[in-house]
Design a protein around this ligand. Structure first.
Ligand SMILES: NC(=O)C1=CN([C@@H]2O[C@H](COP(=O)(O)OP(=O)(O)OC[C@H]3O[C@@H](n4cnc5c(N)ncnc54)[C@H](OP(=O)(O)O)[C@@H]3O)[C@@H](O)[C@H]2O)C=CC1
Ligand SMILES: O=C(O)[C@@H]1CCC=N1
Length: 270
């Protein structure tokens, strides 16, 4: 089986490791590096058989090196990797905003790099991941990465120039859904419902709505119209959403997230 090393097992790195384990990957084939000893021990305890290693070990033993540090922490990681990797390595970057060309400039010539934007639903096997090949990544490299990610959710291939938009939509997207759910639960509290009941009502409504979107044939507009009875309750709520500019707020929010992704890339252009 493919040996995978995750460099930086924070939130998304752990989500990938945990998703791969749940998808049937052997723990002995999953390696990770972490900055602090305590975090490394915590993960080894939580996932028996999975091993914290040094960057040298990771580079020597892994077929795929997944970089999952914050974009701001990338430079020392690339400096450490540069002397260790050659064209038979495969580097997968999960970092928002960072272009494959940054890796290609810092690593030896010919090291294949694939840029991926996943999201945290990886933890439950429901990730949305978008992959883009760098200059030296072949169709075989892309196939390896797609196969790997298919164990933790859906995968699409996109041109790298779309990755900042993808980051804003599906990379950050779960946060916006969680935010909506949180606000709707608060609305239940406002109306006098117990928090646990409000949570159950909203979360199951979100699950049901997501299932209709994912499994049904209908456009979201039709699904919303089917809930919106003439002179009923829903249209009163929709009028308030429109009055408060919620649609425009979402457009602005996602555009701002895209802009930050572009900016993160520019911070490392030299
Ligand atoms: N969270 C998300 O939903 C998503 C995140 N991403 C991308 O994934 C990357 C990680 O994000 P996220 O998981 O949220 O961030 P985290 O801060 O949770 O994870 C990064 C981890 O890397 C560790 N780290 C930093 N430098 C090193 C190093 N030199 N060697 C080993 N480990 C190191 C950090 O340690 P320490 O805590 O000590 O700093 C931390 O545990 C980012 O680039 C982000 O853009 C992509 C898609 C979704
Ligand atoms: O907020 C972030 O920068 C990361 C990238 C996409 C989701 N989380």
């Amino acid at each position: 089986m493919t040996v995978i090393a995750v460099l930086g097992a924070g939130k998304i790195g752990e989500a990938l490791l945990s998703g791969l384990l749940q998808g049937g990957h052997a723990p002995g084939d999953l390696l990770f590096t972490e900055r602090y000893e305590d975090r490394a021990r915590e993960l080894e305890t939580r996932y028996p058989g999975m091993q914290a290693v040094t960057v040298e070990d990771a580079a020597r033993r892994a077929d795929v090196l997944v970089v999952a540090v914050k974009p701001q922490d990338i430079e020392p990681v690339l400096a450490e990797l540069a002397p260790l990797l050659g064209s038979s390595s495969l580097v997968v970057s999960l970092c928002a905003g960072l272009p494959t060309v940054l890796y290609e400039r810092r690593l030896a010539e010919g090291v294949p790099v694939v840029r991926v934007m996943p999201n945290t639903p990886m933890l439950v096997g429901e990730a949305m991941s978008a992959v883009s090949p760098g200059r030296y990544a072949t169709a075989d490299h892309i196939a390896v990465v797609k196969e790997l990610l298919s164990h933790v959710g859906q995968v699409v291939e996109v041109p790298e120039k779309q990755q900042d938009a993808v980051t804003a939509l599906s990379g950050s997207g779960p946060a916006y859904f969680f935010y909506l759910v949180e606000a709707m639960i608060d609305a239940g509290i406002l109306l006098g419902l117990p928090r646990a009941l409000a949570g159950q009502l909203i979360i199951q409504s979100a699950v049901g709505a997501a299932k209709m979107l994912a499994e049904g044939e209908d456009h979201p507009v039709l699904l919303r119209e089917a809930v919106t009875s003439p002179a009923g309750t829903t249209i009163n709520g929709i009028r308030e959403l429109e009055k408060h500019g919620v649609r425009a707020a979402l457009l602005d929010a996602i555009e701002a997230a895209r802009d930050r992704s572009v900016e993160l890339g520019h911070e490392h252009q030299r």
